[in-house]
Write a protein that binds this ligand. Structure first.
Ligand code: ADP
Ligand code: MG
Length: 490
């Protein structure tokens, strides 16, 4: 058990957290229309008559969105409901021309599932923990109001209107900001592995409603507040930190928590009230008469299951148990799907797993860090990396030389074999072997040695050439230079 507690004047408080995450489904077109969904398009260029709610238009479910939501459900071990239904959530707002959002209240597509968060002792999560997921339902996004285009008017952009969202609702199972942060990171990683959402929180394709309450340890749940649309892992944690402390202060002062919707302000790191339960909406939910219930065949669900990739927990276990990679390296290499993909391409190109893992963790990550690049932007390809590792494995390159070659690869994009050839960076920094060859050369050329020692320094090049020739070009020229200088000075 992690024991995150807030100490009040009258004793300890425990925090209870449940998250509702909205994740935009990766698909070319919207949930009920054929309009495109590309991010960053000119306002109102991706709006069909359905999205604009023209009279008489009928929604048609986009089965690709349904497929992605089912795959997501399977990835969190959830029940898939073969029969689900769409409901209308009625409300008026300028970004919603229909006057209702098509969502799923009573019969969601995905039922009970779970997400495992990992132990992270540094963050105070002492052991892995199962967080329940109550449901995933599918719904439409709304449009966007633009208040910064005109001094007295607001404009509306309907590009996002009708885009498919998955709402992933957790159980109130989290007990600290760190656990909530770990949950969001794990969920985001899973969505990216599955490919059902790109997880870009800055672009708004994943955002969290953060439900927080506090209670005395072991007592009943307290009244919760819900902070809407929090758009980074850091902000989710800050929201909880602030909101839990605020609630404790209210309760310790003899006050009561009102169930309300709040907003997080990233600038101050605080939350403020948006609306209370008293003026909470009555959405008058009812089944959408324009849509038939969604019935899925077993074949459809099984095809979704079959299409799933190896997921992070299974991958990590395989790295440790079958590839012999350390637990820590396996954690890092599987945390993001792009890293795992890159690493596995290095293995596919023939590299040995442990050697490759160490190299990616130190040399590659070090370089990417320095260059401010992500692994997908790496200037060196996995195949080139495997080639470099092969040169280390067969003794052509020493560790130091391989770092030198890698630096040149980063600069030039050349293959390591070519670099080693062209720059004579092949290993034999074996000083003993080089010294022995040098002694032989000096003994064989007493005339040149005498001339050199009596001032004909140009002969230095002659000795270098002889040494390199004797070593079939395999000596590190730098080392040869140093050792020759020493030998000739004697
Ligand atoms: P509603 O239907 O009113 O939105 P839900 O039961 O769907 O309420 O819960 C919404 C979210 O709030 C869920 O993620 C749930 O885990 C969380 N939640 C429910 N009760 C609490 C509580 N007492 N403290 C913190 N989170 C809670
Ligand atoms: Mg809810």
């Amino acid at each position: 058990m992690s024991n995150y507690r807030i100490q009040g004047a009258t004793g300890e408080w425990e925090v209870v957290i449940g998250l509702e995450v909205h994740a935009q489904v990766v698909s070319n077109s919207k949930l009920f229309s054929g309009a495109a969904t590309a991010f960053g398009a000119e306002p109102n260029t991706q709006v069909s008559l359905v999205d604009a709610a023209m009279p008489g238009m009928l929604p048609v479910p986009n089965m690709e969105c349904i497929r992605q939501a089912v795959r997501t459900g399977l990835a969190i071990n959830a029940e898939i409901n073969r029969w689900s239904r769409f409901d209308r959530k009625n409300y008026f707002y300028a970004d919603l021309p229909q006057g209702y959002q098509i969502s799923q209240l009573y019969h969601p597509l995905v039922g009970e599932g779970e997400i495992l968060i990992d132990a992270d002792e540094k963050a105070g999560i002492m052991e892995a923990k199962r967080i329940g997921v109550e449901r995933i339902h599918v719904e439409q996004d709304a449009g966007k109001l633009m208040h910064d285009q005109h001094p007295t008017m607001s404009y509306v952009d309907l590009n996002r209107c009708g885009v498919a969202l998955m709402e992933i609702v957790s159980r109130p199972d989290m007990r600290s900001p760190a656990e909530a942060g770990a949950y969001v990171r794990k969920l985001r990683a899973l969505l990216r592995y599955v490919g059902s959402c790109d997880g870009n929180m800055e672009e708004g394709s994943m955002r969290a409603d953060v439900n927080v309450s506090v209670r005395r340890p072991g007592e009943e749940f307290g009244t919760r507040t819900e902070t809407k649309n929090v758009n980074s892992v850091r902000f989710v944690m800050a929201t909880i930190e602030h909101e839990a402390n605020r609630q404790v202060d209210v309760l310790e002062a003899g006050g009561k928590i009102v169930q309300e919707t709040r907003l997080f302000d990233p600038d101050s790191g605080t939350t403020r009230s948006m609306r209370s339960k008293e003026d909470a909406h009555d959405y008058r939910y009812f089944p959408d008469p324009d849509l038939l219930p969604l019935e899925l065949t077993e074949e459809f669900v099984e095809a979704c299951r079959f299409s799933l990739p190896e997921l992070p927990d299974a991958k990590r276990a395989r790295y440790v148990e079958l590839l012999g990679i350390s637990q820590y390296n396996a954690d890092v290499l599987t945390a993001e799907v792009e890293t795992a993909r890159w690493f596995e391409k290095v293995l596919d190109a023939g590299a040995e797993a442990k050697q490759a893992a160490n190299w990616v963790m130190s040399d590659l990550f070090g370089a990417l860090n320095r260059l401010g690049k992500t692994i997908i932007e790496s200037p060196v390809s996995p195949e080139q990396a495997a080639e470099l590792l092969a040169l280390v494995a067969d003794g052509t390159l020493s560790g130091t030389l391989s770092k030198q070659v890698f630096e040149i690869m980063l600069e030039t994009g050349d293959h390591p074999g070519k670099i080693v050839e062209e720059r004579g960076l092949k290993q034999t920094s074996d000083t003993g072997a080089i010294e022995a060859v040098i002694a032989e050369i000096l003994a064989k050329n007493p005339g040149q040695l005498e001339q050199y020692r009596s001032g004909k320094e140009a002969l230095f090049g002659f000795f270098v050439g002889q040494t390199m020739k004797a070593m079939a070009g395999k000596a590190n020229p730098q080392v040869v230079n140093e050792l020759l200088k020493k030998a000739l000075a004697n």
